[in-house]
Design a protein around this ligand. Structure first.
Ligand code: SAM
Length: 279
């Protein structure tokens, strides 16, 4: 199963349950000479658990460029390397993207393995939407920046996925409520694949009370999923903005282009509506 030429394997590792490592991922970790790991102290025992004797070196967000050069040097010597992070999939709210870009630019193949990713595991159990989603990762720490990012997401009609740590969970849920209002569905997916896994769905307006009712509900690692804005809300907003722009005397094409840019409603639909309104 190993490649003939040296490659960089991108290898997801379990979020908590050691049984979630794929057979292919185990085979790769046993066969490669080197593993680039976000935290070698964390990944060392994991590798030994899966029977890998690969040598480890650090590849974290503060040394990713240097680590990429180290990977390229190993590949140049004909040795394949595996990239792992502490838990889940590299490059998903974790280091990995720069490494992959540098290694590809140096002419080597990247071989990604499928595997655990908290966002996707949570999405599969959330029961939200029609499969369209936007992965937003961690929100900014500062309240003002966080509110600005959330305002920019308020009209998105797809499911929104966020990562959050326990010490910020209440603030973040309060921020989601302020930006999106009380009626959207929030799914709090906590400690996925671990002993205290819990997946709770409620309205955003109920979430702070639910979290505050029991301190245990705020513990552990979270994925937060919020149902998207209702498309008709968006369409109503599009029509409102379009009417304002037409009332200001803008030509049909310019008004529909601007209304599209401001609200995200389809440009052609707005153009047709603008023609009808003008006539
Ligand atoms: N690369 C990882 C992935 O593929 O999901 C994400 C790493 S990011 C540094 C860590 C965040 O992922 C946590 O703060 C939490 O939001 C989420 N996460 C990781 N493991 C989780 C779990 N078992 N249950 C819920 N969320 C988890």
């Amino acid at each position: 199963m190993t490649e003939e030429s040296p490659v960089l394997y991108v290898v997801p590792t379990p979020l908590g349950h050691l049984g979630d490592m794929s057979q292919r991922a185990i085979d790769v970790l046993r066969q490669v000479a080197w593993v680039a790991a976000e935290d070698t102290r964390h990944s060392g025992p994991l590798l030994r658990h899966y029977g890998s004797n690969a040598r480890l070196f650090a590849a974290h967000q503060h040394n990713e460029e240097a680590a990429a050069q180290q990977v390229i040097a190993r590949l140049a010597e004909g040795e394949s390397v595996a990239l792992v992070v502490d838990a889940g999939t590299p490059a998903v709210s974790d280091p990995g993207a720069r490494m992959v870009a540098r290694v590809r630019a140096a002419g080597y193949r990247i071989v990604p393995l499928p595997g655990p990713c908290a966002a996707i595991v949570a999405l599969s159990a959330a029961g939200l939407g029609d499969g369209h989603f936007l992965f937003c990762g961690f929100l900014p720490n500062k309240a003002g920046q966080r509110a600005e990012v959330l305002r920019g997401l308020a009209e998105q009609t797809c499911t929104l996925i966020f990562y959050e740590a326990p010490h910020r969970i209440l603030d973040t849920v309060a921020g989601l409520l302020a930006a999106f209002g009380p009626t959207r569905t929030l799914v709090l997916a906590r400690e996925l694949t671990k002993l205290f896994e819990s997946i709770h769905a409620c309205q955003l307006g109920e979430a702070v009370d639910w979290l505050s009712a029991d301190g245990n509900r705020q513990r552990g690692e979270f994925v937060l999923l919020v149902s998207g804005a209702q498309p008709q809300d968006n369409a109503v907003e599009g029509e409102r903005v379009l009417k304002l722009l037409l009332a200001e005397g803008l030509p049909v094409s310019q008004a529909s282009r601007l209304a599209h840019a401001l609200t995200g409603v389809g440009r052609n639909a707005l153009y047709q509506l603008a023609l009808r309104l003008r006539s």
